[in-house]
Unconditional design. Sequence first.
Lengths: 633, 327
Amino acid sequence: MHSTLSPENRAQTAKADNSMSATIQKIDEHIVEIISDSGEGAQTAGQMFGTVSAKMGNGVWTVEIIPAEIEPPARSTAGASGNRIRIGADNITNAGDEADLVVSFNDQVLLGREAAGEFKPGATILLESKWREEREPEIVSVYIEAHDRLVAKGYRVIEINMEEECRKVVDNPQRGKNIFVVGILSCLYSRDLGIVRQEITKKFKKKGDKVIQSNLDLLDAGYHWAEANLEIRYVIPAPGVLQAQVVMNGNTAVALGTVASGMDVCAMYPITPATSASHYLSEIFEDVGGVVHQAEDEIAACAFALGASYAGKCAITITSGPGMALKTELMGLSVMAEIPLVMVNVQRGGPSTGLPTKVEQGDLLSAMFGVPGDAPKIVMAPATIEDCFYSVITARKIAETFRTLVIVLSDANLATGQQAFMRPEFREEWLAPPIDQSPLPKTFKPYDWDEKTGMSSRSIPGQLNGLYTLTGLAHTGSGAVAYESGVNQESSRYRSLKLAAFQKTLKTPEVVGDPEGDLLIVGWGSTKGAIEEAVMRARKDGLKVSSMHLTFLQPMASGIREIMQKFKNVMTVEINYSDDLADEIIDEDNRRYANLAFLLRARYLVDVDCWSNVHGQPMKPGAIAKMIRSRLK
Amino acid sequence: MFGLKSESVLRLDEEYHELDEYQGKESRWCPGCGDNAILAATQRLCRDEQLSPEKTVFVSGIGCAARFPHYMGTYGFHGLHGRALPVAQGVKIRRPDLNVFVNMGDGDCCSIGTAHWIHAIRTNMKMVVMLHDNNIYGLTKNQASPTTPQGRITSTTPYGSLLKAMNPLTVTLGVTNVSFVAQVVEWVPDLLYKVLREAYNHKGLSFVRILQRCPHFMPTAWDQLLSNPDNIAVMDSPDGVQLSDATAKIYKTRIAHDSSDLNAARQVASLEDKVPVGILYRNEKVPTYDELRRPKRLPEPELTEEILNRSFDRFGISPSTSSKAED
């Protein structure tokens, strides 16, 4: 009966097979989570379900659920691997709150996620029930205990023997169970099967027609099973896709931004969660004459990029917190010797090895101040996946124009989250101009700082009359090693002036909500969608709260103080650690603030409070809204 | 005149580079420092090969030897301690037109930069790498380096250094893809120059360990070699460098050696009673990373647009594939 489910005859098939009378519920949005042990395909299923929904014109945000190990022990509470998909009728800007519907391949990963507070009260759980018939009695009893506990907690647990159902279609049900689940979800959420089939065909194209066909069969099987056995049906209205869009995660967006920015060289060393940016880049970069160089270590990667940049080739290095720490000395060289460099730091939980696969915004202060000595550099943070693409283009341009280091702070939430955005329209101005090899005047000096702006001149190897030896030592305006005391003061001043000159080009951030009120929430990076959604919810309740999101953290645009002063209270919401005044020994004398709050307090002398945590999870709009309500009640 | 375009007229006087053009800032090394001899030989090499100064880059790390680029009349990159090699690789990766040289001391190369040293040998990009080995940290004032002889008293080993000195030649010759290894002493200018010239003309990374005098901290380090030239063994190889008659008269010890034989090179490198000089190993057939990574196509905006659009298609949602709202 495979591949007969065209939209036209779907109704007929349903009539023929279906004795259930499902009531269709129209909803604005839902959060679906698919979890399994590692390697069982829950991530693939989730991504596919998300992509299909995006292609149908729904707003979508997906979050990967990744264990720290490649293959953690099976059936363990910490081993959940999968994907969470938030689907909405309108544009979705963040991962949202707790899950409405969960598909789980075993009881233990389910318990782990439940304990983490990831499910809505009364959420629907579709649970693989093959464990009831497991030979090992301990597994059976553990399963039953887990099942009963979840039922007792009020979850609507629906047991499905997925493997048995799959065995009716394929020989090895362990491979392909995920597509059976896509079939179930396609039925429950009225997905367009034509699009689902396209995605399956695309996904398994390399594996040949036989594999494609068996997966299409599994899809149908899942769909039919749900049609016959489940009475849940949801419709999330999709406005349709009005303009061409692209769906990707933030790391792929960084990779494409690297290509679009006209970079020549990407030097990197594998580090979670940044590496996948280089995976996609490696596939396509050579086609445009670029090169991804996997260096022997983080330090070498940064040195390689600086060497290329010195020779006139635009270079980027992509890393995460621990890698940025290793590159610190070279970051100083980039600033000191004025070698343009873009560094993307896909932040993860820290310090040290920390939480490699989880989100944190803990590197802001180390990005700004991590280099010993005075090292003024530019720090910016993309807030959306679309931003990840454009920020590399912007960063390259700033780095080349101001001859300095630009750090782009992405994070694990953006890196692995998927979102649809307007398909970019290529513009030649994104690219770097070709390397200038024209002879320079005989009077040329390699730095020759501009008195007012600190902007410096540059020669590139190959240019006649441009000879100089770049050095990380203090140096004069003609590049000579400084032996006189005044030179360091003077050259430090010029490098700092460059930041001021750049600051003059920045636009004042916009305020979401009213320009004055009781509370202003300030955020940066990937929390933008969640903060704005929370603010909108609170405003619907009549609360006088607004928000402001900063793209440039160093330097900061003018006008921020004036915005903050119009609110009775200002606070930041961030994913990094800050002390809690409720702790007995914490008071205003020893309280450590969240990264951005610390900066805003220091710069603007405004009493900025903060609300932050390091649970390694994206901020939930519901949690932020609750916090806002408690502050303003 | 005669209808010739002005840029086509031969201008030997302008285009021929004299020796003094390769002199950068005045050297500030100590009197008697072996680095001066290396500088002189390198400048002579540049003149004889007529390297265009603006197409030549000297990359260094930190240390006495690392001041080298400042004293060359070329482009230079005086970077960070230990990091000269990855910087040089970055310079070269998309600039095959540039002549790249690297100057490092024994601390720079064999201690803080060890990982880069091993991997640069393996990547084998075309460049000349000079290890200025004076067996001591000079710039930071007399600390033991990995090549400091065992028992030597230094600021950090007041009771004598405990460990046996590392042999940079055997280490280098042990790395996969090694393609050129030589050893010279800087006080034999004839040999130094000739080996550097072979190194420059090698297709791949040429690693030249140069035993170098540090009169300030290691005045007696090479006494055994200076007082008795017989302790220096010149490798006699069919394709080796030929000494001038004057040099040959002083350095009479010879080792028959086939520089295409890696195992023979490793054996010679391991000699403890004599110091072998000349080319230990040379293999032009080892692939170079810069050639392996050479772009198939040169960057141009149309190409970037095409590749981007292909990616956008791959991740794309076009209005036509979407269904209408399902309610």
